[in-house]
Write a protein that binds this ligand. Structure first.
Ligand SMILES: [Zn+2]
Length: 180
């Protein structure tokens, strides 16, 4: 799923919560939803600005479930604050449970940020960018693409920055760091 589709799902969920018949919808209607580039926080709820923020960087690099949970988590903050409660106390926890968010302060799941390597296939001087990225090095010796054994030992990882430079025409295939 691409980032645009993920953002739409998050936005639709927020709109749905705002439009529900539940009494809390009026409180959520005071808030607006924004997407941010932060890498260190899943999301946040700003009571003064009446703003719920969701990291689109983390959204882009993880399963959408993580940020669905974050949206509900932050909505629970907005609702708890309307009752004078900050942080992750009992009022917040009740709202979190009601909205279906994990009722704890931070998810313990591993959050992925930007991947470091991209998978490519090299045949002679031609480079094919495959739809897969990695956060750490993996060994590709003796590996091939599923359903295509002719790709045996043609798979490599290249650092993302180098792939960008290659796409921009600043590096040739011979100049790339190919990791196998
Ligand atoms: Zn929180």
């Amino acid at each position: 799923m691409d980032l645009t589709a993920k953002k739409q799902i998050i936005l639709d969920l927020f709109t749905q919560l705002q439009r529900s018949d539940a009494p809390y919808s009026a409180i959520l209607q005071q808030y607006k939803l924004v997407f941010t580039q932060t890498k260190t926080q899943l999301g946040s709820c700003h009571y003064g600005k009446k703003q719920i923020s969701i990291s689109q960087h983390i959204l882009a690099n993880n399963d959408i479930e993580i940020q669905i949970d974050t949206l509900k988590h932050e909505c629970a903050h907005a609702l708890a604050f309307a009752q004078g409660d900050r942080g992750h106390g009992s009022v917040w926890r009740q709202w979190a449970i009601k909205l279906g968010a994990t009722p704890r302060s931070r998810t313990s799941e591993k959050i992925k940020t930007q991947a470091k390597y991209h998978l490519v296939r090299i045949q002679g001087a031609s480079l094919q960018v495959l739809q897969r990225t990695y956060h750490r090095r993996v060994s590709l010796k003796g590996k091939y693409m599923r359903h295509d054994k002719s790709s045996l030992n043609q798979l490599y990882l290249i650092p993302l920055a180098e792939l960008d430079a290659y796409k921009a025409g600043e590096l040739t295939v011979n100049q790339l760091t190919l990791l196998q």
